[in-house]
Design a protein around this ligand. Structure first.
Ligand code: ATP
Ligand code: MG
Length: 153
């Protein structure tokens, strides 16, 4: 379940419209938190904006920052295991270089993809795109899941 506008009804905040996807929520959370952690880590001053949009077929979650950006020659290698950009902006910032490698693997396991657009010294936007499930299928599945729980208890 995802959102684009935040609706504040006192106790609970919800997002509209609701998008449904048939994915492992732990995997989804892992990818989005990796992207947000990176955006914060590589933005010494500036802002990080998370957005959710969708069409009939897919849901797109973007994490945009106004941080150090990524040189064009590093972009093709970014999702390789242990790859870290090595320049004067990144030298003081620690990490293993596994976050994006893992995140892309998880995105692909969700039948989706993970890609980046970036300009060195200006900022980066990472996009996680996953297939959207239509709401009638989502309702069917939630009825089945509710029945499963009823029968198994
Ligand atoms: P960790 O495994 O702890 O996440 P890491 O952050 O170095 O370590 P990745 O998340 O895989 O590793 O990112 C790989 C490299 O991509 C980083 O070392 C950094 O150079 C670059 N990078 C990732 N996200 C950003 C970003 N938002 N802005 C600028 N550079 C980034
Ligand atoms: Mg990282």
């Amino acid at each position: 379940m995802f959102v684009s506008d935040i609706i504040d009804e006192g106790k609970e905040k919800s997002l509209q419209p609701i998008f449904y996807a048939n994915i492992d929520p732990d995997h989804f959370r892992e990818v989005v938190s990796n992207l947000i952690e990176n955006a914060i880590k590589y933005t010494p001053s500036g802002e990080v904006v998370v957005n959710v949009t969708g069409d009939d077929k897919q849901i797109s979650i973007s994490v945009k920052d106004s941080g150090i950006g990524i040189p064009a020659e590093d972009i093709p290698h970014l999702f390789q295991k242990f790859y870290r950009v090595d320049n004067s902006d990144t030298r003081e910032i620690g990490g293993t270089g596994l976050g994006l490698y893992l995140s892309r693997r998880l995105a692909e396991a969700m039948s989706g993809n993970l890609r980046v657009e970036s300009k060195y010294k200006e900022g980066s936007t990472f996009y996680l795109e996953i297939p959207r499930m239509n709401s009638s299928e989502a309702k069917q599945r939630s009825i089945y899941n509710a029945n499963d729980q009823k029968f198994s208890s």
